[in-house]
Write a protein that binds this ligand. Sequence first.
Ligand code: IPM
Ligand code: MG
Length: 355
Amino acid sequence: MKYTIATLPGDGIGPEIMEQAVAVLEAVGEKFGHTFEHRYGLVGAAAIDEKGDPFPRETFELCREADAVLFGALGDPKYDNDPKAKVRPEQGLLAMRKQLGLFANIRPVNTFPSLAGKSPLRPDLVEGVDFVVIRELTGGSYFGEPRGRSEDGHKAFETNIYSREEIVRILKVAFEHALARRKHLTVVDKANVLVTSRLWRETAQMMEKEYPDVTVDYLFVDNAAMQIIQNPSRFDVMVTENMFGDILTDEASVITGSMGLLPSASVGELTSLFEPVHGSYPQAAGKNIANPLAMILSAAMMLETGLGLHDEGALVREAVSRSLEEGYVTEDIDPQGARSTSEVGAWIASYIRRK
Ligand code: IPM
Ligand code: MG
């Protein structure tokens, strides 16, 4: 089979980790007889520099026509400390999510036994942690109107808005994930304070009846933040709004021992997109030191979730686990015996070819 992949390396370490994911896909293609045709597009600071737009129209078209989108990372420090910058790379990411209708962000959090000692949490707390956060991605205060500054500039506001329709479609994704897993769904909100959260909770309570096999519990977001640290193995599937999900997924990502390991999928209306949870890590750009595993695991998620190629995705994940067990890893995991980004990528590609 032939698959067209919209390939968007982005900024910072994006291009060098993407190169490794492409090499791994090449190995998968040879092994299983598929062709992955990569069509490259610009996004983020790279796109601002060349086109003056962080998500140019041609990149949108590329994504829309492809079978899946593989995306590296975006962001450049030259924009961070300029409050007056008119366009920012991050707007490219938000535009991409909105225009492609990517309303559900799926972030699995699981630990690799070989990395238990790397977690900031005690090993007994991280053992067996295996949950997935479903974050609503195109609503809430990220996009709500009106937003802005008062005329005198001394007040600023956003609008946190959710329609029942938006809540139902994300909860459906969450209930379906729970059904396919350990059948336990945790709905995270702030219903003791926010009216939007009360609509979320009311909607979830109505939908519970359609999924009698799923056990549902409700947590306030502050409590959830605490339990991710105190008792992370209690979670199976967690679902929450855009902003809470942004914060909780960063928190959850570090308990695994390295942020360089977590992939994510964003699914929705026009296509689906796969990207690492980490950012563009500009300090490491061009040094061939960044961990390519989250990017490679995002490619694995693309094979499985995006293209339905389950054996192929499983083999990539097996190769990644083996590289960790063998200690063939980048400096974030092993500062002493560190391998480079391209060495780790090449090891994984060759494992796949040998298998
Ligand atoms: C993420 C990031 C983005 C977000 C930023 C870069 C806009 O933090 O994907 O989690 O806030 O959604
Ligand atoms: Mg974030």
